[in-house]
Design a protein around this ligand. Structure first.
Ligand SMILES: NC(=O)c1ccc[n+]([C@@H]2O[C@H](COP(=O)([O-])OP(=O)(O)OC[C@H]3O[C@@H](n4cnc5c(N)ncnc54)[C@H](OP(=O)(O)O)[C@@H]3O)[C@@H](O)[C@H]2O)c1
Length: 231
């Protein structure tokens, strides 16, 4: 049986979209929130769309961390460091923490088409610095539009997965490939997250100009480089 996926900040647009897709794929999902009631309401919304058999529940972020060792972080950058510092004691040693945070300038009242400089290099590297060395940090899902995740149908986007823990990359690729249409690609070291995070700001600018929900596709790699639901 696959392990539960806890989504920290799972009541928001991105977390809810990922939760929906994984629930539809039969995964067990725990929606995390600062407020347990809000998390339970979000879980109910997913059950309404997926069916009452969906294995989705809601709880506080810290209870969600304590319940599993596979976490996904989908919070705005302004709350990122403070939340991780609070949650650190609840995160089990050996957990995989998948960070989808983009440090948009909008977090401090700037433009969503620009990113902030993060001292560590990227939001994901900040996560690695803030959490215990026994936690495995992986960066992924930055370029996947919440609009597409929350809609029906294929998600036309590749997911670039970066981590300094090579053994965790296939685990997260397999998770990404459960989203119909997504191909997951090994993006190498965690430091590459700074590039992947920046791409989102570019996509947001394109979305505004073209009134669309863009994604990315990486071409030219051998078939074996792309993890899909079929591979
Ligand atoms: N939206 C997208 O299309 C998209 C795509 C790729 C990546 N991302 C990234 O994913 C992250 C989440 O994006 P989103 O659009 O889902 O954001 P969001 O809807 O604004 O927020 C997600 C959740 O984070 C929690 N939260 C908000 N402020 C917080 C704070 N100061 N401290 C702790 N928790 C807080 C809230 O949950 P509770 O109030 O229930 O605790 C909220 O529902 C961002 O870093 C974003 O850059 C988003």
């Amino acid at each position: 049986m696959s392990r539960p996926i806890a989504i920290i900040g799972g009541t928001g647009k991105e977390g809810l979209g990922l939760a929906l897709r994984w629930a539809q794929a039969g995964e067990t999902v725990i929606i995390g929130s600062r407020d347990a009631k809000r998390a339970q309401e979000a879980a109910e919304k997913i059950k309404q769309r997926t069916g009452s058999a969906a294995k989705v529940s809601g709880d506080t972020n810290s209870a969600a961390c304590a319940a599993t060792d596979l976490l996904v972080l989908t919070v705005p950058f302004e709350g990122h460091a403070e939340l991780l510092t609070q949650l650190k004691p609840a995160i089990r040693p050996g957990s995989i923490v998948i960070d989808a945070t983009v440090p948009l300038a909008a977090s401090i009242g700037g433009r969503a088409t620009r990113t902030l400089g993060v001292w560590q290099g990227s939001a994901a590297q900040q996560t690695a610095e803030l959490l215990s060395k026994e936690v495995v940090v992986v960066a992924a899902f930055h370029n996947v539009s919440s609009e597409l995740l929350n809609a029906e149908g294929l998600v036309d986007c590749d997911v670039i997965v970066c981590s300094d823990h090579a053994e965790a990359i296939p685990v997260v690729q397999a998770l990404a490939a459960k989203i119909p249409g997504v191909r997951a690609i090994n993006g190498g070291k965690l430091e590459n997250a700074r590039i992947v995070e920046q791409i989102t700001a570019l996509l947001i600018g394109m979305n505004i100009r073209h009134k669309a929900h863009s994604g990315i596709r990486i071409t030219g790699l051998p078939d074996t480089a792309y993890k899909t639901s079929q591979s």
